[in-house]
Design a binder for this molecule. Structure first.
Ligand SMILES: Cc1cc2nc3c(=O)[nH]c(=O)nc-3n(C[C@H](O)[C@H](O)[C@H](O)COP(=O)(O)O)c2cc1C
Length: 370
């Protein structure tokens, strides 16, 4: 574990790490119908990964989705598989940590361990895994088994993760659990490094899982004041330290609209998220999420809908480069270690980030000079 602590995302190279989120799904992953949204076309997706890597972004993280949210557009219906996508992205990038997002009930840990080890070899030690328990019932039911009750999904996740780690660390082992039975568990080659585990569980049980296993745990920042957001971040770090004697990174996600003026940024946001937002898809996803997960109370529905359409419910980074830098500095100040970005039109947005925000973040000491 100490050897891995020195490299990749686990190294303290950048105080505030940045990454892209969801460039394997159509819309990527904003719920917008603008004609210039990201498509599942390899040339586009590949170019985007190369851009993010060249800019020095630290992580490239896909969304695991098996079917769309229905309605007229069936947004998120078209998605690249995250493991084979990561192998392709890993082969054309040099520095970024390339994650595979894995629905643990859908992928056997023996298969996942080998796929991730293979990606780790392709990338020279840059693989990572974002473990998800699943909440979108129609997609998990496609696998022919009833979806488990919420906390049982985390019982399965617990077994799954322990098996994954054993496959990476041990020569041979047996495992007898409620969900998995492993006889003479074996996987070679081992990964080059130790691929970091990312998790975005938001419920009490999800937070416990993340505190126990994740190197990077996500918070969906709620509450309007900085003090309560700080407590959200710090309580997760405390949980990991107090219960499991672990220091973990806490990450969040954000949608990015960077323009010369606030008015311009707001106008653009309104164009892609209000005029062209797929409200039907958002309501369908939020309805399922409020039933199947504990991160979303029904009372917050209206409040979160626009953010969900604009960029997976993340923090709005909408404004001038200076405003965006100040907000990111604020997030770093409350203990956020990394932030995954969502853009409606990726290439031009990343280009603006590169030219205007990244230099300011470097000046502020939040990111190392490139
Ligand atoms: C940044 C982020 C990324 C996520 N990625 C996925 C994903 O790719 N696929 C998925 O089914 N769920 C994804 N989720 C949902 C979470 O894994 C988790 O199921 C959800 O937050 C509910 O938490 P709970 O299961 O603890 O109630 C993501 C959530 C966040 C905040």
């Amino acid at each position: 574990m100490t050897a891995a602590a020195a490299h990749g995302l686990l190294a303290p190279t950048n105080k505030l790490r940045l990454g892209t989120f969801g460039t394997n799904v159509e819309g990527g992953p904003a719920l917008t119908t603008i004609p210039t949204r990201l498509r599942t076309e390899w040339s586009q997706v590949r170019a985007l990964a190369i851009t993010a890597d060249r800019m020095g972004l630290d992580a490239i993280v896909p969304v695991a989705r098996w079917r769309g949210h229905g309605g007229a557009h069936n947004t998120h219906g078209s998605t690249f598989d995250t493991f084979t996508w990561a192998a392709g992205v890993g082969a054309v990038t040099q520095r970024a940590q390339v994650f595979s997002t894995c629905h643990m009930p859908a992928v056997h840990p023996v298969v996942a361990a080998k796929q991730l080890a293979t990606i780790d070899h392709i990338t020279g030690g840059r693989a990572g895994v974002n473990t998800v328990g699943g909440w979108l019932r129609p997609e998990l039911e496609m696998f022919g088994a009833p979806m488990l009750e919420h906390d049982r999904r985390y019982d399965l996740a617990d077994e799954w993760t322990r098996i994954l780690r054993s496959l990476w660390a041990e020569d041979e082992f047996d495992f007898d659990g409620d969900f998995f039975t492993i006889r003479r568990g074996f996987s070679e080659p081992k990964p080059v490094g130790r691929p970091p585990i990312m998790n975005a569980g938001g419920s009490e049980r999800g937070r416990l899982y993340a505190a126990r296993y994740a190197d990077m745990a996500f918070v969906l920042l709620t509450g309007d004041d900085l003090a309560s957001q700080r407590e959200q971040v710090q309580s997760l770090k405390r949980l990991a330290r107090d219960e499991f004697d672990r220091d973990i990174q806490v990450w969040t996600s954000a949608y990015l609209v960077c323009r010369d003026t606030v008015a311009e940024a707001e106008r653009y946001l309104s164009w892609y998220a209000d005029e062209h937002g797929d409200v039907e898809a958002a309501d369908s996803a939020l309805r399922t999420m409020s039933v199947e997960s504990e991160v979303l109370g029904a009372q917050r529905w209206q409040q979160v809908r626009r953010g969900f359409i604009a960029g997976a419910g993340g923090v709005p980074l909408v404004g001038t480069p200076e405003m965006i830098t100040a907000r990111l500095a604020e997030l770093s100040g409350i203990g956020i270690d990394g932030c995954l970005l969502v853009c409606a039109e990726w290439e031009p947005e990343l280009d603006r980030l590169d030219r205007t925000v990244l230099p300011l973040l470097e000046q502020a000491g939040l990111r190392a000079p490139r």
